[in-house]
Ligand binder design. Structure first.
Ligand SMILES: [Zn+2]
Length: 451
């Protein structure tokens, strides 16, 4: 599935965990967060993370709570992002547990959080930053991160180790970004790997060729004409900046008039400094990032909302306005309050700019639900639901095929991971037809010999 990413690599005497993601979505999927870990976490020698998204990093505090005490290696930018994201994720876990206790719907009495802010703080202490392109040697394996072009700091992890039959290279793609975006650099391409794990989130879909700004412009004019509010579920760092980047460009080109824009998240930050500090894997002009006038992320009339009280006041904000808020898949956070407030009004638009996993509220809305449940209450959906896939941080089918086609020959084994069954099956057939490669779709918990 697309959440809960975790891969355990066992060599002679060492056990490395690549990614430590939280399961997100339906209660059935989320229940996996409570599964006992297949080995005692204290026996894991090191954790290596591809990127900061919670579905790749958000189980780390739980792993630490259950006894992991080794080091966690990932890129510098990912470390910076995790310092924002893991405490926030812990907050949501604590709120969920408190809410379950209040409503009495948990099987556990009292309901306990999966982990606490304190657990998250302990996990953050284990972080060890690595540089892109620099080989990290940990006893029986070597790891090298290469830019994946997905979000700030995202990497593919090239892993080299010895077997009885000689040296082997295993490549973890992590989440793969898009080619040809104005924002992030293209994903790193590889020519050789013995084994490959490749993500397939959009393995069965092509993002339309339509230009992002061409797609956004009519949506914004629509809310201006109708006096509506455009609500965009997006995490505070990543899609939010990409939206601001396009809004800035459109303001500069006179394509859209000025209107109030709110970035509403407890983590709402002007992320310009992060993009300046970590400039290796994005295309933004670093010299302009701090320019209050011409900075590529500096829209006019943008307000960053940190306080809860200010966030609540946004409920009374008349249209036209744009509200960007997390979480991106509507699984928690302030976006829920905005949806509750704005969904019943037909003048408003909810715009999805990222993947919505099975079982999430975002997916329900995308699939056309006429009524949804938010905080236990029914909410009518009259607002327009739109999607601009071209803003996705994920490679589409064509991007994935292009990336695979750069390999000189088929890896010994290619594992299709991080995709829902329909996406993996369609992609498997497409790879067989186009490249002639046979691929493997592993099940949760399945083991393979890489000899
Ligand atoms: Zn991701």
């Amino acid at each position: 599935m697309v959440t809960g990413s975790k891969y355990l690599l066992k060599t002679g005497s060492q056990q490395y965990l690549i990614d430590c993601g939280l399961f997100q979505g339906s209660s059935e999927i989320k229940a996996h967060n409570w599964d006992p870990f297949p080995i005692p976490p204290s026996e894991i020698d090191a954790v290596l993370l591809t990127h900061a998204h919670i579905d790749h990093s958000g189980w780390l505090p739980r792993l630490v709570k259950e006894g992991f005490h080794g080091s966690v290696y990932t890129t510098e930018a990912t470390c910076a992002l995790l310092n924002i994201m893991l405490p926030d994720s812990a907050n949501l876990q604590e709120q969920d547990a408190a809410y379950a206790n209040k409503k009495g719907f948990s099987r556990h009495k009292p309901a306990l959080p999966l982990y606490t802010v304190e657990d998250a703080e302990r996990a953050l202490k284990l972080l060890k930053p690595v540089h892109f392109g620099k080989r990290l040697t940990l006893k029986e394996a070597h790891f090298t991160w290469r830019p994946a072009g997905h979000i700030l700091g995202s990497g593919m992890i090239m892993t080299d180790f010895e077997t009885e039959n000689g040296a082997r290279r295993l490549l973890f793609s992590g989440d793969i970004g898009r080619y040809d975006t104005a924002f992030m650099a293209a994903p790193t391409e590889f020519q050789v790997a013995d084994y490959l794990l490749v993500e397939t989130t959009y393995g069965n879909r092509s993002h339309s060729d339509i230009d992002v700004q061409d797609a956004l412009e009519p949506l914004i004019h629509e809310i201006i004409d109708e006096g509506g509010v455009l609500v965009v579920p997006a995490f505070a760092v990543g899609r939010t900046q990409e939206m601001l980047y396009h809004l800035h460009e459109m303001q500069e080109a006179g394509r859209v008039p000025d209107l109030p824009i709110y970035v509403d998240s407890p983590m709402a930050i002007d992320a310009s400094s992060l993009y300046r500090q970590f400039s290796e894997d994005h295309n933004l002009r670093v010299d302009l990032l701090d320019d209050p006038e011409g900075g590529p992320l500096r829209c006019r009339h943008v307000k960053y909302v940190r306080e809860v009280s200010a966030s609540k006041r946004l409920n009374h904000q008349p249209g036209p306005a744009i509200i960007l808020s997390a979480s991106g898949m509507c699984t928690g956070g302030r976006i829920l309050h905005h949806l509750k407030q704005r969904l019943p009004d037909a003048r408003n638009t909810v715009l999805f700019v990222g993947f919505q996993a099975e079982g999430t509220l975002g997916r329900e809305l995308l699939e056309g639900a006429s009524e949804v449940t938010i905080h236990g209450e029914p909410v009518q959906v009259r607002a327009k639901i739109r999607v601009v896939n071209a803003l996705s941080a994920h490679a589409d089918r064509e991007d994935l095929m292009h990336w695979l086609s750069r390999f000189r020959s088929a890896p010994r084994k290619t594992f299709l991971v991080h995709g829902e069954p329909a996406a993996r099956e369609a992609f498997q057939a497409h790879v067989r037809e186009t490249l002639g490669w046979e691929t493997t779709s592993p099940e949760l918990g399945q083991e393979f010999d890489l000899d």
